[in-house]
Structures are given as C-alpha cells and as structure tokens.
Design a binder for this molecule. Structure first.
Ligand SMILES: NC(=O)C1=CN([C@@H]2O[C@H](COP(=O)(O)OP(=O)(O)OC[C@H]3O[C@@H](n4cnc5c(N)ncnc54)[C@H](OP(=O)(O)O)[C@@H]3O)[C@@H](O)[C@H]2O)C=CC1
Ligand SMILES: O=C(O)C1=N[C@H](C(=O)O)C[C@H](O)C1
Length: 250
C-alpha cells in the first residue's frame, strides 16, 4: 500500500530535500506540497495520510494542530516542539486518538546516537556543556537538538542523583556563559561552513570526554525522514525522537 505524503515548507532547505527523498522511496508518494501562499487545505484535498512539517518555527504549531484536527498523521521536523508547544500537540491528540504525531528534533542517526551517548555518560562526569553549531540562516537558537540533548542529560543526572554542574561565575553581563536548559549550559554558534553540528563536553577531574556529531549535508537527515514517515502511523499518540521507530527503545 502506498502512503500519501504532504510536505509543508516544501520549498525550503529541508522540505525540498525531503520531497526528492520521499519521491525516490518505495511505497511513499508526495501528493501535496505546501509553502508560503499555498492553501494548507491541499493536504486534505489530496487525501494525504501523513504530513511532514518543515515550515519555520513561527507557523508550524498552527499547521500541526490543523493536520491533527483533520485526522492526518504528522511528522514534525520543525524545531522548537518542546514545553508549551509539545503540550498543545498532546492535548490536540487526546481529542483525536486516531492520529499519531512523531516529533523528531533531529533525523540523522548520528545525532540520535549522540543524544543517547551523552545521556548515558552524563551522570559519570561533574561537568557537562553543549555547543551547537549551525549555518547562519537558522532562525532559532538554541537548536531543537541541543534543547533535547540538554533535557535528556538533565533527566539522566537527576535520576542518578548527580550534583548540579559546578560553576563559580557571578559576573556575566554579556551572557558569555550561554543559555541554561534544565540547568545545562548550551552555547550556539552560527557560522558559514556549518550545516548542523553539535559537541557535548563532559568533564571530570583531569579528563574531558568530547562527543561530536556533524551533518555536512541535508541528505544526512533523509533516511530518518523516510523512516519516520513510514512508521508514524504505527505509534499511537505523541512520540518524541526517532529512537522508538529505529528500535532503540526496545
Ligand atoms: N528535525 C531535523 O532533523 C531538522 C529540523 N530542521 C528544522 O526544520 C525547520 C525548517 O528548516 P529549513 O528547511 O532549514 O528552513 P527554510 O527556511 O529553508 O524552510 C522553511 C520553509 O517554510 C516556508 N514557510 C514559511 N511560512 C510558511 C507557511 N505559513 N506555510 C507554508 N510554508 C511556509 C518557508 O518559506 P519562506 O522562505 O518564503 O519563508 C520555507 O520555504 C527549522 O525549524 C529547522 O530547525 C532542519 C534540519 C533538520
Ligand atoms: O535548522 C537546522 O538546520 C537544524 N535544525 C534542527 C535543530 O534545531 O536541532 C536539527 C538540525 O540541528 C538542523
């Protein structure tokens, strides 16, 4: 059976790369492409089974909620679906229990594994900091991947009863120490030459463990995009992360 897919943000960097990858994937058909100025109703008019959302963070929540209300499964690639936004999606899915939503902060297998390795290692080190590095056209900071990594690291440390990360800073008028996500410091770099990179630094007495991942092309995200679209309908409710569909939570 063919899965009918609508791509939202289809003219963008990720949307256009995804259209190419989905059209080449067996059993998937792109039946609707929606970008600025296009009616979102194209999704239902073309009877899409799954909507893949790669629009900008300012418009994506409203579109995701609309798709859920219409009974269309959603794979959310747009960043920023944590906190209140994730709660809003969960509430919408409670009203439409026939709809599945898969929120994927990062589709690349290396980034998924980096997040897991960082969470595993975090309780064994006194210090943890996250540095995310992206292309200068990225509109949001910190990255969704960095936020998710910080959440996983903080949860692992809380479960292990780890002390807060030591930091004697009392004066930082320019914000040089970065952002805090669940108590974990995150630094964001924007520079020509990057697509998407992240490094997690874990420090103990006399040692540093550095975990790093680099996506140098948007094709690196495509096996994950195709897998997510293929499997979103298998998991009822709202799932965060690609781990479960990759069999990593089994
Ligand atoms: N989960 C993951 O693995 C990855 C997630 N991302 C995330 O995906 C999102 C998109 O990234 P990227 O592709 O680089 O960004 P782009 O800006 O290249 O793409 C976004 C597209 O959405 C369009 N758009 C804006 N508003 C609307 C609207 N109301 N309806 C339909 N389309 C609209 C934009 O049009 P216009 O340019 O005219 O505004 C643009 O074509 C970001 O949040 C990014 O962080 C990115 C890479 C990987
Ligand atoms: O905007 C991007 O490019 C990316 N966005 C996602 C994020 O915010 O984590 C995923 C990846 O880092 C690329």
């Amino acid at each position: 059976m063919t899965t009918r897919v609508a791509v939202l943000g289809a003219q963008g960097r990720m949307g256009s790369t995804s259209v190419t990858a989905l059209e080449a994937a067996e059993g998937l058909e792109v039946v609707a492409q929606v970008d600025v100025g296009d009616p979102i109703e194209r999704v239902t008019e073309q009877e899409a089974d799954v909507a893949l959302v790669f629009t900008t963070p300012d418009v994506a929540l409203e579109q995701v909620l609309w798709c859920v209300e219409q009974g269309v499964h959603v794979v959310v690639g747009t960043s920023g679906f944590d906190g209140d936004r994730l709660r809003a999606v969960r509430e919408a899915v409670e009203q439409r229990t026939d709809v599945s939503v898969l929120v994927v902060p990062n589709f690349s297998i290396g980034a998924v594994l980096l997040m897991r390795f960082a969470a595993t290692a975090a309780p064994f080190f006194e210090s943890v900091e996250i540095i995310e590095m992206h292309h200068p056209a990225k509109v949001d900071a910190p990255s969704g991947t960095a936020v998710r990594t910080a959440e996983l690291v903080a949860a692992a440390r809380a479960e292990a009863g780890s002390d807060p990360v030591p930091d004697a800073t009392t004066t930082d008028p320019e914000g040089a120490r970065g952002a805090k996500v669940d108590g974990i410091t995150v630094h964001a770099v924007r520079s020509r030459g990057f697509v998407a990179s992240q490094e997690v630094l874990l420090g103990g007495e006399g040692e540093i463990l550095s975990l790093r991942h680099d996506s140098s092309t948007r094709e690196s995200f495509m096996p994950g995009v195709v897998t997510a679209v293929r499997h979103v309908a298998d998991r009822p409710g709202v799932t965060v992360g690609l781990d479960a569909v990759l069999g990593l939570d089994a």
